[in-house]
Design a binder for this molecule. Sequence first.
Ligand SMILES: NC(=O)c1ccc[n+]([C@@H]2O[C@H](COP(=O)([O-])OP(=O)(O)OC[C@H]3O[C@@H](n4cnc5c(N)ncnc54)[C@H](OP(=O)(O)O)[C@@H]3O)[C@@H](O)[C@H]2O)c1
Length: 243
Amino acid sequence: MKERFVLITGGAKRIGATTSRYLHEKGFNIILHYNNSELEAESISNELNKIRKNSCFTIQGNFNSEASINTLVEKVSNITETLDLLVNNASSFYPTPIDTASSDQWKDLTDTNVTTPLFLIQALALYLKRANGCVINISDTLIKNGIKEYSLYTGAKAALEGITKSLAKELAPKVRVNGIAPGAILWPDDKDLSDKEKESILKKVAIGRIGKPEDIAAVIFFLTESKYTTGQIINVDGGRFSF
Ligand SMILES: NC(=O)c1ccc[n+]([C@@H]2O[C@H](COP(=O)([O-])OP(=O)(O)OC[C@H]3O[C@@H](n4cnc5c(N)ncnc54)[C@H](OP(=O)(O)O)[C@@H]3O)[C@@H](O)[C@H]2O)c1
């Protein structure tokens, strides 16, 4: 059977790590990008390579640096000439109240959430075309109605959604481009939400619970199989109401 390759950015932790393992189980070879999480990346790689030899490769890259992105693309080209799937998952996320929001923050939040995804698609388009592959850009269900004190992050993700729809038209029919907009899947690592705050978020979720990373990984896999779906942003948010 033909080998299938996926590049997943930010693949060492949280949703990215679960997606790496999930797609590996479905038979993909994993090219796992990480930035700071080298230990976690190497640990997943060892785990997956024990299951199937030479089925997981790790590449470091900081999306705040153009040179680092070029190196990432070059390293991908040393691994494979075809790419079945690119998952733009890496992201930075923090509040930027408008009184103190800075151009450095804007640069950082756009670098990770939209600029790098865009230029990775550009650099890897030929690889994706050769495989009739697809791109999945990970957005956020909350951006449609805005998030107080997160205007820079929401602006970056909104741009990512616009790019998703436009490139779906431009890269068709060979390459499909879709997005997934997760709701509350994992609480942020660095933000201590009180039980009361968590409860108030969950009250807005029809399914009544926080999501699981597997819920996102399953829709990523579904989109790889859905050959007649492109230009869509799929909410995977348990039916989150907007207030
Ligand atoms: N978690 C949720 O409930 C939720 C909700 C809505 C949307 N989402 C979206 O779903 C995706 C995954 O969410 P998550 O919570 O699992 O992500 P996360 O932990 O916040 O971030 C994923 C990875 O992004 C990488 N990253 C951050 N800054 C980077 C930079 N400058 N250069 C390269 N990589 C960088 C980090 O890699 P290293 O660790 O290797 O440094 C990190 O592990 C994101 O796009 C997020 O916006 C998540």
